[in-house]
Ligand binder design. Structure first.
Ligand SMILES: Cc1cc2nc3c(=O)[nH]c(=O)nc-3n(C[C@H](O)[C@H](O)[C@H](O)COP(=O)(O)OP(=O)(O)OC[C@H]3O[C@@H](n4cnc5c(N)ncnc54)[C@H](O)[C@@H]3O)c2cc1C
Length: 505
């Protein structure tokens, strides 16, 4: 690390690093590991607004918080996962802490650093990042040659709560799971959890034992996969004394194979897959439960994320009578609870709004190029990693249908290959731009709503970069394709533009 006495605009003590990683979540820590392994000559720093590592797994503290995909694939490819497939936030944080310790990454991380702006100077081929110490407000300035955005996709400070009529009249507490109060006493309370996603499905069984009663109130149902929280293959290999590194790799391959098959079937025979998913729920709830109303989604399997429900705990809660599902729409809040469009009234002491996230594009950092503000929604994405016209910058946006981290590992390989390629060429700057053959290509929203359409993405799609019709210009949302395609990308292809000399010239 170099200390530069003056930043580009005369700021005192801007610190310089070859690579700056923004975010110390599962993406940022993975990025740092690969950078250290594959580009050992690069100096780097990881900045995060929070007080520790973990991102999502640090922010969310609601009861029962856990992954909804398996940790064999949500874990990194380089560090074996040895626990149950579905893991608690605490277990994920422990795993990430081990990655940090085993690879001596802690000294590269600066916590409590909130970055507000990133300015590119073409004269210096350098980014300047400005921000503040999260707690004291003291300004901080960094310069870097290459910016690796690992900021996730939603605002950590608060979740998304819709505005319902009459909310101000409600006498009880309204709580979003993202900002769960440490000392919340649920004992003997009547609780409504609004939402139908993985968060609601996790929270309801986790609090059912404490509350007097809990109601899951949803506008429309979601698909779930209830099953044992175990991987029989991993367990068998373990019982045979196989090395954990092998178990990790073999189990990952098995899970990825099964997921590829499931994804293919959800496109090719959606009705059959739907029936299988509903049969899984019926097995817990019995033939008399109204599955048609409460657990039969209106969309095709995989158009939204499908949450795994370990041991079917949500359904066990319903069968036991401690939890109830109501499928209806909210007319308005009342003094005592919620009036539904059907005319039914629900009373509650506490209302939990498990209604999702506030999408944040690039960590709410204001980007500018040579003094001109950048509107990322006007750019086109290169494979969901880079953006036309924005130099020396990659972001990590993982998968929705497969574990997010699978993409962290393969994007990291790409970034390290790009950095090493730039070094070989003597290039100081790389940008991507549409090729002559891409002119006139139809530009579309980031996500195809027919393919995948969660509400938090649909609400804010206009903020995200554009997608092109060709595979180079879109986030494939397909690990199985990208794992083969990304290593094959020709870094001297027409879409890449470098400033700087070939080493041999
Ligand atoms: C409750 C929950 C459960 C989930 N379960 C799964 C799952 O089982 N499987 C799966 O694949 N995905 C899951 N996801 C999606 C999940 O968010 C991602 O998989 C993954 O954890 C994202 O990691 P990340 O490092 O990219 O982003 P994050 O975890 O969001 O971390 C980003 C970090 O960047 C920091 N940051 C952002 N902007 C700035 C800034 N301007 N300045 C400084 N720091 C900044 C934040 O403070 C944060 O620490 C889940 C999400 C939630 C909310």
């Amino acid at each position: 690390m170099d200390k530069i006495d003056k930043g580009q605009n005369g700021d005192a003590r801007a610190e310089h690093f070859d690579v700056l990683i923004l975010g110390a979540g599962i993406s940022g820590i993975g990025a740092a590991y690969h950078l250290k392994e594959q580009c050992p000559d690069k100096s780097f720093v990881i900045l995060d607004a929070l007080e520790s590592f973990g991102g999502t797994w640090l922010t969310h503290k609601y009861p029962g918080i856990r992954s909804d995909s398996d940790l064999y694939t949500f874990g990194y490819r380089f560090k074996p996962w040895t626990g149950t497939p579905i893991a608690s936030a605490a277990e994920i944080l422990k795993y990430m802490g081990e990655v940090i310790n085993e690879n001596d990454l802690a000294r590269h991380i600066r916590y409590r650093h909130t970055i507000a702006s990133a300015q590119w100077s073409s004269a210096d081929n350098l980014w300047t990042l400005r921000g503040k110490r999260t707690e004291t407000g003291e300004p901080v300035v960094f310069t870097t040659n290459f910016l690796w955005m690992c900021q996730g996709y939603y605002r950590h400070a608060q979740g998304y709560t819709p505005e319902w009529k009459g909310m101000d009249q409600y006498k009880g507490a309204v709580i979003h799971p993202q900002t769960w109060p440490k000392d919340l006493d649920l004992h003997g309370k009547r609780v409504i959890v609004i939402g139908s996603g993985a968060t609601a499905a996790t929270l309801v069984p986790a609090i059912a034992g404490d509350c007097a009663h809990v109601t899951l109130l949803q506008r429309s149902p979601t698909y779930f996969i209830p099953a044992r929280n175990a991987n029989p293959l991993a367990d068998q290999l373990r019982s045979l004394g196989i090395d954990e590194t092998w178990i990790h790799e073999i189990t990952r391959r098995q899970i990825l194979h099964d997921q590829a098959e499931f994804t293919r079937r959800s496109f090719e025979e959606p009705h059959k897959v739907k029936e299988e998913l509903l049969a899984g729920v019926r097995a817990y709830l019995g033939p008399d439960y109204d599955i048609a109303t409460h657990f039969t989604p209106r969309y095709r399997p995989w158009q939204q994320r499908i949450a795994f429900v370990p041991e079917g705990d949500l359904f066990q809660g319903i069968v036991s009578g401690k939890a109830e599902v109501v499928t209806d729409e909210i007319e308005r809040f009342t003094r005592k609870g919620i009036l539904l469009k059907s005319g039914k009234q629900l009373e509650a002491d506490i209302i939990v709004t498990a209604t999702g996230f506030d999408l944040s594009v690039l960590g709410d950092v204001a980007f500018s190029l040579d003094g001109k503000p950048v509107d990322v929604s006007k750019t086109v994405t290169y494979r969901g990693m880079m953006f036309t016209g924005i130099p020396n910058m990659v972001w990590i946006f993982g998968y929705f249908r497969a574990s997010w981290t699978l993409r962290v590992d393969i994007i990291a390989d790409f970034v390290c290959r790009l950095l090493n390629h730039m070094k070989k060429r003597g290039a100081k700057k790389v940008t991507v731009d549409l090729r002559p053959q891409d002119r006139g290509m139809k530009l579309l929203p980031w996500l195809d709503p027919d393919n995948f359409n969660p509400n938090y993405m649909m609400r804010s799609m206009n903020l995200l970069p554009k997608r092109g019709e060709k595979p180079e210009w879109q986030h494939a949302q397909d690990y199985w394709r990208e794992k083969d395609e990304l290593p094959q990308v020709d870094l001297d292809g027409e879409e890449f533009h470098y400033v700087g000399q070939m080493a041999s010239v």
